[in-house]
Design a protein around this ligand. Structure first.
Ligand code: BES
Ligand code: MN
Ligand code: ZN
Length: 461
C-alpha cells in the first residue's frame, strides 16, 4: 500500500461528510450558507456513491459530501478516494466501527494496476480515523492488492515460472522454506495429474508443484491449496470464442491462498501453515492430455477425462492428497473452478463447500462482519454417483451438466479423507462491472473473512 493514510490527527485536512439519503436536510440545517445552497443547486440527495465537492469563496475546495444512501455499503467510501483531487481529507461525523471499513474502502479506491500504464492522477490521502489499527489495515489492503496484481498480470508475464517466483518471494519474506517439484519430476514424485494437465506447455512454463511451510510444528496445522492455472485454453476441448479471453485469471485461487498466507504470517497466527500450489498452463500441443484418456492420480484412483477444460480439479486433487497426508486440522482450497458457480450465485458471491457445520457457521459470521460475501453450498451426496465411470474409478466431470459447481466439489472431496475440516471455495476472482473500490479486473474474495475466522480461532503466537 502506498502512503494513503496520515496518522497525525491534527494535520491540515479538508472535511468530508458522509450523508445518508434521509439526512441531507439535517446537514444543510447544520451548515447553513453557501454550501447548503450549493447542495440544493447540485441536486444532491445523498444517493449512494455520489461525491459532491464543496467550493470555497476563492474557487478552491472547502470539503465534500459523500452520499451513502441507506448506509448499508461500507465500500461506498471508496468513491471518495476514486474521485477527490490530491490533498488530505478527514472524515467528519463517522460512527464507531464505521471508521475501519471506511478507511479500508478508501484504500481500495486507490488501487491501480500500474504495471503497463502509469496512473493519471495523484492519490488523495485520509487522516486515519480514530481506533483504526494501521498495521492490520495495511496488511489487509496489501493482501487484496497482491491478489489483484497477480490476477491482472497477463500470462506473458505470469506463467508457472513467474508464479513460482511470486510465491518464493512471499515465502522468503518470512523465511519459510519453499520447495518445487518441476516438470518430469512430477512423474517420479507421483503427481501424475499435475503433470498431465501441464505437460503441453512450452519450455520454461513446465508444470510444477510449489510447496512452503511456516510456523511452529506443534501448532494446529492449516493447509492452503490454490489452483494455479496460469492460462486455461481449455486444452484440446478448446474454449470457444470469448470464453478464453479472461483465462489469465485462472491462477486466481493460487493468488488468493498466497495473499491469505501473507496475512497469516504477518499476523503471526498460532498455526503451522502449509501452502501447496500446483502451477500449470492448460495448453494445446501434440502431447496434450486428451478427452477420453484415463489418468493415474496420486491417490491411486484411475480418473477418466471427460473434458480437458475441467483441468483445475485434476491438479488440485493431486495436491489435496499430499496436503491430506499430514492430517491437517483445517484444509482449505481456493479455485476459479467452474462457470457453474457463477451461474448459481453470480460474480460477487463465491460458494464454499464443507461438511463441518461449526466451521461453516463460524465462517459465515466472519463473512458478515468483514463484509466479505460467501455462501455455503451443499456437498450433495446423491450427486456423487454422477461421477462414475465405466472404465475408471472415477470420471472427473458429470455428464448431465447440472449442478456443475457441486459436482466439481464432490470430485475434490473424494481425494480428502483425513483432514479434520475440509473446505473448498469456488471463486471468480474478478470484478466484471466496476463498483466503488472494485475496478474491473482481478479481485480477492473471501480471504478477509477467512483471515478473520482464523485469527479468532487460532489467535496470534
Ligand atoms: N477455469 C474454468 C472455470 C471458469 C470459467 C471460471 C469461466 C470462471 C469463469 C475451468 O477450468 C473450466 O473451464 N471449467 C469448466 C468445467 C466443465 C468443462 C465441466 C466450466 O465451468 O465450463
Ligand atoms: Mn478449464
Ligand atoms: Zn480452469
Amino acid at each position: 500500500m502506498e502512503d494513503v493514510f496520515v496518522t497525525d490527527k491534527d494535520a491540515v485536512a479538508l472535511p468530508v461528510w458522509p450523508v445518508g439519503a434521509g439526512d441531507v436536510k439535517e446537514w444543510c440545517d447544520a451548515h447553513a450558507g453557501a454550501n447548503a445552497a450549493w447542495v440544493g443547486t447540485a441536486g444532491f440527495t445523498g444517493e449512494a456513491g455520489r461525491v459532491l465537492m464543496l467550493p470555497n469563496e476563492a474557487g478552491g475546495l472547502a470539503g465534500a459530501l459523500l452520499g451513502i444512501g441507506k448506509g448499508d455499503d461500507p465500500f461506498i467510501f471508496a468513491a471518495l478516494s476514486e474521485t477527490l483531487p490530491a490533498g488530505t481529507y478527514r472524515l467528519a461525523g463517522l460512527a464507531g466501527m464505521q471508521g475501519r471499513h471506511a478507511a479500508f474502502a478508501w484504500a481500495l479506491g486507490t488501487y491501480g494496476f500500474t504495471k503497463y500504464k502509469a496512473r493519471d492522477r495523484d492519490i488523495p490521502k485520509l487522516i486515519l480515523p480514530e481506533n483504526v489499527d494501521l498495521q492490520e489495515l495495511s496488511d489487509l489492503v496489501d493482501a487484496v492488492f497482491l491478489t489483484r496484481d497477480l490476477v491482472n498480470t497477463p500470462t506473458s508475464d505470469l506463467g508457472p515460472a513467474e508464479l513460482e517466483a511470486a510465491v518464493r518471494n512471499v515465502a522468503e519474506d518470512f523465511s519459510a522454506p519453499c520447495s518445487v517439484i518441476l516438470g518430469d519430476d512430477l512423474l517420479t514424485e507421483d503427481y501424475p495429474m499435475v503433470h498431465a494437465v501441464g505437460r503441453a506447455a512450452a519450455e520454461g512454463a513446465e508444470p510444477r508443484l510449489i510447496d512452503f511451510t511456516w510456523g511452529d510444528d506443534a501448532a494446529p496445522k492449516v493447509t492452503l491449496v490454490g489452483k494455479g492455472v496460469c492460462y486455461d485454453t481449455g486444452g484440446l476441448n478448446l474454449k470457444p470464442g470469448d470464453s478464453m479471453s479472461l483465462m489469465k485469471k485462472d491462477m486466481g485461487g493460487a493468488a488468493h491462498v498466497l495473499a491469505l498466507a501473507q496475512l497469516i504470517m504477518r499476523a503471526k497466527l498460532n498455526v503451522r501453515l502449509r501452502v501447496l500450489i500446483p502451477a500449470v498452463e492448460n495448453a494445446v500441443s501434440g502431447n496434450a492430455f486428451r478427452p477420453g484418456d484415463v489418468l493415474a492420480s496420486r491417490k491411486g484412483l484411475s480418473v477418466e477425462i471427460g473434458n480437458t477444460d475441467a483441468e483445475g480439479r485434476l491438479i488440485l486433487a493431486d495436491a489435496l492428497v499430499e496436503a491430506d497426508s499430514e492430517t491437517p486440522d483445517l484444509l482449505i482450497d481456493m479455485a476459479t473452478l467452474t462457470g457453474a458457480a457463477r451461474v448459481a450465485l453470480g460474480p460477487d458471491l463465491p460458494p464454499f463447500y464443507t461438511q463441518d457445520d461449526q466451521f461453516a457457521a463460524g465462517l459465515t459470521e466472519a463473512s458478515l462482519e468483514t463484509f466479505d460475501p460467501l455462501w455455503r453450498m451443499p456437498l450433495w451426496a446423491a450427486y456423487d454417483g454422477w461421477l462414475s465411470s465405466k472404465i475408471a474409478d472415477v470420471n472427473h466431470i458429470s455428464s448431465g451438466g447440472h449442478a456443475g459447481s457441486i459436482t466439481a466439489a464432490l470430485f475434490l472431496a473424494r481425494f480428502v479423507e483425513q483432514a479434520k475440516t475440509y473446505v473448498h471455495f469456488d471463486v471468480f476472482a474478478w470484478t466484471p462491472r466496476a463498483k466503488p473500490g472494485r475496478p474491473v479486473g482481478g479481485d480477492a474474495q473471501g480471504i478477509r473473512a477467512l483471515f478473520s475466522y482464523l485469527k479468532k480461532t487460532y489467535g496470534s503466537a
